[in-house]
Design a protein around this ligand. Structure first.
Ligand code: DOR
Length: 416
């Protein structure tokens, strides 16, 4: 069956397209993109007039919790939530139980993805066994088994020699080392209080230095402050292979807007003051921040309905990412919509070395997101498809709503 998407305003940053186009899908692949396509034969027509059509969003940083924490999220619920957020590809972090640290755990996960995911899920392999920082995993074997990158996620690898090996392998295998750059020797000393921002930038500075030494490939996850951004800027000026991401809660929130000790705002790295938030926004505006990634971290309600000290770190963010980016960055900050779309599509595809996604082009996968930019809503976590209802954005007024998400020609989310 052919599908014809008619009259949408197509925004495709890779080809600099921002204009009305019809898109024809055949066999899950984009086969024509033209100003006006008329077909006589058997075709399903989707009317996109009044909507924008973008490549399906790509999120290089999510926690799907399976295996081991299915009470927080599963691949099925996490990908349904992602589809509702307009995403057609997500990369999942290895902090599961067991961790994604062996060929066997990656193979088992891929089987579960094939059985239950509604969109594409790319596993990220662990740098060390059980992400404990003590024994290196076989990076090459993990990549051959299907991992798209390596990371020790929230348990930053503090052993410099292990990071050197990770960077050497990154270069050899042409994959990024994704770092959650925070010194957990520092962070673990703070339970009732928010830990200081040195925890972040000291590790970013170290990771940049080790990446340079080994001519590696570094992608810094969820940058939250000015000093970390300075180190990344210097690395880019130095010609290093270094990229970074910002999460919606770091560019949309600061501690004057929310209570930094509210369990629902508790996240790694923490939400900081307005100066750090401004640094992240200006980093996005200037292009220093390459992509938007959600760090979707679903948790069960009980782990947030407690004291700050006992609450889990993390925000369920995949269903609200575009709305927040559009409202905060495009409408308030006047950053172009094309730039925001680029940061959620082609740029993450490039960083992840993903083929045939992130762009609306002949022969590419028919992964598309249809959005109503005029739709206004109030964020209400009880409507989330994710098991994790943990968001500090409850009650926020936002604009821009995903109306339909198409994955390889199939509708995986539809508002109506
Ligand atoms: O707040 C966070 N929660 N940050 C992370 O990097 C990990 C995540 C989680 O797994 O819950």
């Amino acid at each position: 069956m052919k599908i014809l998407i008619k009259n949408g305003m197509v925004i495709n940053p890779k080809t600099n397209l921002h204009d009305k186009r019809d898109i024809l899908i055949e066999g899950g692949i984009i086969s024509r993109i033209e100003a006006c396509i008329h077909l006589e034969d058997d075709v399903e027509i989707m009317n996109a007039s009044g909507l924008i059509v973008t490549p399906g969003f790509i999120d290089l940083h999510v926690h799907l919790r399976e295996p081991g924490f299915e009470f927080k999220e599963t691949i099925e619920t996490g990908t349904l939530a992602a589809a509702k957020g307009g995403f057609t590809t997500v990369a999942c972090m290895p902090n599961t139980k067991p961790a994604l640290d062996s060929v066997e755990t990656i193979a088992n996960l891929i089987k579960r993805i094939e059985e239950t995911a509604v969109i594409s899920v790319l596993p990220i392999g662990a740098i060390t066994e059980n992400i404990q920082g003590e024994v290196l995993t076989d990076h090459e074997a993990l990549i051959k088994a299907g991992a798209m990158a390596i990371s020790d996620d929230g348990k930053t690898t503090m052993n410099d020699d292990f990071m050197r090996v990770a960077f050497e392998n990154a270069r050899k295998l042409d994959i990024p080392v994704i770092t959650h750059s925070e010194d957990h020797v520092i962070t673990s000393q703070y339970k009732e209080e928010v830990y200081p921002i040195e925890a972040e930038y000291k590790v970013v500075q170290r990771d940049v230095a080790l990446c340079k030494e080994k001519n590696g490939i570094l992608h810094v996850a969820h940058v939250s402050g000015s000093e970390a951004l300075k180190a990344i800027k210097a690395a880019k000026q130095d010609g290093l292979n270094v990229t970074c991401e910002a999460a919606p809660h770091h560019f949309a929130l600061n501690t004057s807007l929310i209570d930094g000790k509210d369990p629902y705002s508790k996240v790694n790295p923490p939400i900081r003051g307005v100066e750090e938030q401004r640094a992240v926004i200006e980093g996005i505006r200037s292009g220093l921040v390459d992509i938007i990634a959600t760090d979707h971290a679903p948790h069960e309600t009980a782990s947030k309905e407690t004291t700050y000290g006992n609450a889990s770190y993390g925000i369920s963010g995949i269903e609200t990412a575009f709305q927040i980016a559009y409202t905060e960055l495009v409408l308030k900050e006047k950053i172009s919509l094309d730039q925001v779309v680029s940061m959620m599509t082609i740029k993450p595809a490039e960083i992840g070395r993903l083929k045939n996604v992130g762009s609306i082009e002949y022969g590419y996968k028919a992964n598309l997101t249809l959005i109503d930019l005029e739709a206004e809503s109030v964020i209400e976590p009880s409507t989330f498809l994710s098991k994790g209802k943990n968001t500090p954005f409850k009650g926020f007024k936002v604009k821009g709503e995903v109306i339909k998400t198409i994955y390889q020609g199939k509708t995986v989310y539809s508002k109506i």
